[in-house]
Design a protein around this ligand. Structure first.
Ligand code: NAD
Length: 497
């Protein structure tokens, strides 16, 4: 797989078959309404497949199937060791089909094949393996009661999990929910984004091949305001897990309140700050990371470090290094293994990115790189890697999540000012601090309001650490044992002796 050429990928893409129906109770079915929606390749603007457009009627059937599977107990009551074996088999099957799955995501939402094979697939496979291996190593507790009682606290599966995920890492975001949900013994109804449903439909089939009983995993392609809303409002869904925008995250909390108070775990938007202090001892490295942090995956990254704060004394030196580093990102055909930046997911996303670039310039920013790229029909939804300097926190494009390759360069004088500017945001997902001063690194990391802080790096992490945010970036945590907790109920049993 590693050394496939551009022609190899194009040939494989031409031969690819798509799963385009809903996966309910262990088989593919059309939407009850018969409706479909088109999923489009953003690089060519051609329709890849017409996919079942599920709505509340399909959600009812899928939730019923998930509940029945849970009640049957052929997954929920299997021993953790047995569940582990099935999920490890699934990881093996995903590994065997990794080129196909990587290609599905690249065709469906435009990320480069280098990114899907180099990040999305290894990370997803790793998540399945790590989580499967963890599940039979978690113990309950015996409370320190008096001698007249034995009090046990144990973790139990919750029941039916509704999972709603975005399009920017289709397989990986779904995996971050599915692996812990299933490992813990729950049944799941997953709604992928209408912009990228294909890889998870294939994944569902592989899960059956691995031995997951029918009904334990259901995948419902469809729109957010129909299928997603019906799932979030459903009275028989016990927990809702979500990755997506802060706007929709807020709606899901309302839906939970309007229905059955289902637990809601949210991974939402971000506007991560990247602070470069003048004592940073490797400007070239910091600049390369600053470019990767906004231009990789076309900037369609929740932890994109889109607000760059550079200390005044090194501003010009840093800007020159950044301009050099940004050259590594040029939009191109995502099927070419040399491509570092694919098209944006659709026309609406490109329009929105262009609007933010225009507003940044209108509000007084200086264009250093890129700029608005007008769309010509049929050429793909490509945006330009863009850098706007002379930016400040009062500007719209510095405050709002753009979800595209647009970087704002701001300046600061003091450490206190840097912390204040970084925290001046409704979001709190990730943050970067570049300094060679150990005390400063600790001091600033503690003061930054975000779920994750990277010191002298960006985006680092593995399956063993939690991923998630604070403030408007949500309340959930993916990955690590903390993710598993979200999919279990804590049960107390008090026995009089
Ligand atoms: P989105 O909120 O528009 O959609 C996410 C999902 O919610 C989709 O499946 C969509 O169909 C569904 N949805 C939309 N309206 C709904 C409704 N009314 N009821 C129920 N479901 C509904 O987000 P997106 O455009 O798919 O993804 C981009 C966003 O995701 C960005 O804000 C990004 O920061 C965020 N994101 C966050 C993380 C994280 O870990 N915090 C990771 C990746 C992406």
């Amino acid at each position: 797989m590693a050394n496939k050429s551009y022609d190899d990928w194009k040939a494989q893409a031409a031969d690819l078959a798509f799963c385009n129906q809903a996966w309910i109770d262990g088989r593919f079915v059309p939407a009850i309404s018969g409706e479909t929606f088109a999923t489009v390749n953003p690089a060519t603007e051609q329709i890849l497949a017409e996919v079942a457009a599920c709505d509340s009627a399909d959600v009812d059937v899928a939730v019923h199937s998930a509940r029945a599977a849970f009640a049957r107990g052929d997954w929920s009551e299997r021993s953790p060791e047995q569940r582990k074996q099935v999920l490890l088999k699934l990881a093996d099957l995903i590994e065997q089909h990794q080129d196909e799955l990587a290609l599905l995501d690249t065709l469906d939402m435009g990320k480069s094949i280098a990114e899907s094979t180099g990040l999305d697939l290894p990370s997803s496979i790793g998540c399945w393996r790590w989580t499967a291996e963890a599940v039979d190593k978690i113990y309950g507790e015996i409370a320190p009661t008096g001698n007249d009682a034995l009090a046990l606290m144990s973790r139990e599966p919750i029941g039916v999990v509704g999972a709603i995920v975005p399009w920017n890492y289709p397989l990986m975001m779904a995996t971050w929910k599915l692996a812990p949900a299933l490992a813990a013994g729950n049944s799941v109804v997953l709604k992928p984004s209408e912009k990228s449903p294909l890889s998870v439909l294939r994944l569902a089939q592989l899960a059956q091949d691995a031995g997951l009983p029918d009904g334990v995993l259901n995948v419902l392609p469809g729109y957010g305001h129909t299928a997603g809303k019906a799932l979030a409002l459903h009275m028989d869904v016990d927990v809702l897990v979500f990755t997506g925008s802060t706007r929709v995250a807020g709606m899901l909390m309302e839906y939970a309140g309007q229905s059955n108070l289902k637990r809601v775990w949210l991974e939402a938007g971000g506007k991560s700050p990247n602070i470069i202090f003048d004592d940073c001892d490797d400007i070239a490295e910091a600049a390369a990371n600053a470019a990767a942090a906004i231009y990789s995956n076309q900037g369609e990254v929740c932890i994109a470090a889109s607000r760059l704060y550079v200390q005044k004394g090194i501003r010009d030196e840093f800007l020159a290094a950044l301009q050099g580093a940004a050259k590594a990102y040029r939009p191109g055909d995502p099927l070419d293994p040399a491509t570092t930046m694919g098209p944006l997911v659709d026309a609406a996303q490109l329009e929105s990115v262009n609007r933010y670039i225009a507003s940044g310039l209108d509000e007084g920013g200086t264009l250093v790189l890129g700029g608005v790229r007008e769309h010509r029909a049929g050429e793909g939804f490509y945006a330009q890697p863009t850098l706007i300097s002379d930016a400040h926190n009062g500007m719209t494009f510095v405050r709002e999540e753009i979800f595209g390759p647009v970087l704002a360069l701001c300046e600061f004088d003091t450490e206190e000012e840097a912390v204040r500017l970084a925290n001046d945001s409704v979001y709190g997902l990730g943050a970067c601090v570049w300094t060679s001063n150990l005390k400063r690194a600790h001091r600033v990391s503690r003061k930054i309001q975000s779920g994750m802080v990277w010191v002298n790096g960006w985006g680092d992490g593995d399956q063993s650490v939690a991923f998630g945010g604070v403030k408007g970036s949500g309340n959930g945590r993916d990955k690590s044992l903390h993710a598993l907790e979200k999919y279990t109920e804590l049960k107390t049993i008090w026995i009089r002796l």
